[in-house]
Design a protein around this ligand. Structure first.
Ligand code: CTP
Ligand code: CA
Length: 223
């Protein structure tokens, strides 16, 4: 019916989301990680599901609970696992939103046993992880692609360069500068940047309201 159409404009659409941190093992008891909670990704998943979309949420280690039956959650640990899961599901998607805080580097070697305390300094050699977003941006057939960016300086300039490099349709710049923005908080302050470099800045809002702004923008751009 028309009412259903209005309330669930994304019925039949599929969206893939990456969320949370990744953990890169150093040894059986230690890892390299970051403070991402996965809350922003779950808020996006929930908003999409509320509008009728079928969501595949590829989630790094996170305590956040699944909140909708239309959200299929795939739990992963490392960046490589997240990469593999994304490429398993990406081909059938209408939209893909990359909100995960992927570890840029992982240890070259993971020790089989707990590393014992020895000398006063310890060096762990790291190697770059694959860039999951860029790998999807480079696909010939790909979903409408939304990335995130976190910058601490030259925000707009760096973010636009990222958008170009990764071939995103929209890039969500997460501002660290303002009170109530960034990791661990329940709020975010974003600027949405498109392919032409147009930038629209939003005020500090709850992650739920930020998710709504992002999905509204995606719908506007794809309908
Ligand atoms: N991303 C990804 N795979 C990676 C690194 C980042 O998919 N290995 C994605 C993030 O999920 C985000 C976007 O790329 O959507 C930008 O992440 P960000 O950390 O801001 O950019 P980087 O390209 O990693 O560059 P840098 O950290 O050096 O600023
Ligand atoms: Ca990074």
């Amino acid at each position: 019916s028309q009412q259903l159409e209005r309330e669930q404009p994304l019925r039949g659409k599929r969206c893939l989301i990456t969320a949370g941190p990744t953990h890169e093992s150093i040894d059986p008891v230690r890892f390299i990680g970051n403070h991402s909670t996965g809350k922003m990704g779950m808020a996006l998943a929930q908003d999409l599901a509320n509008r009728g979309a079928t969501v595949t949420l590829i989630m790094g280690p996170s305590a956040v609970q699944n909140q909708h039956e239309l959200i299929r959650r795939i739990d992963v640990v490392s960046a490589q696992e997240m990469y593999d899961a994304v490429h398993m599901y990406v081909s059938s998607q209408d939209y893909a939103i990359f909100s995960a805080a992927v570890a840029d580097y992982k240890p070259v070697n993971t020790a089989n046993q707990k590393i014992k305390k020895q000398s006063d300094t310890l060096t762990i050699e790291l190697v770059k992880n694959p860039d999951i977003l860029a790998s999807v941006g480079a696909l010939k057939e790909r979903p409408f692609l939304v990335g995130f960016a976190l910058e601490t300086e030259n925000e707009l300039e760096f973010a636009f360069a990222k958008a170009k490099k990764k071939n995103t349709d929209l890039l969500i710049l997460n501002s660290m500068r303002d009170e109530g923005a960034g990791f661990g908080t329940d709020t975010n302050k974003i600027t949405i940047i498109d392919k032409s470099g147009n930038a629209e800045a939003f005020p500090v809002k709850s992650k739920q309201m930020v998710a709504k702004d992002i999905i509204d923008e995606i719908i506007k751009r794809t309908s």
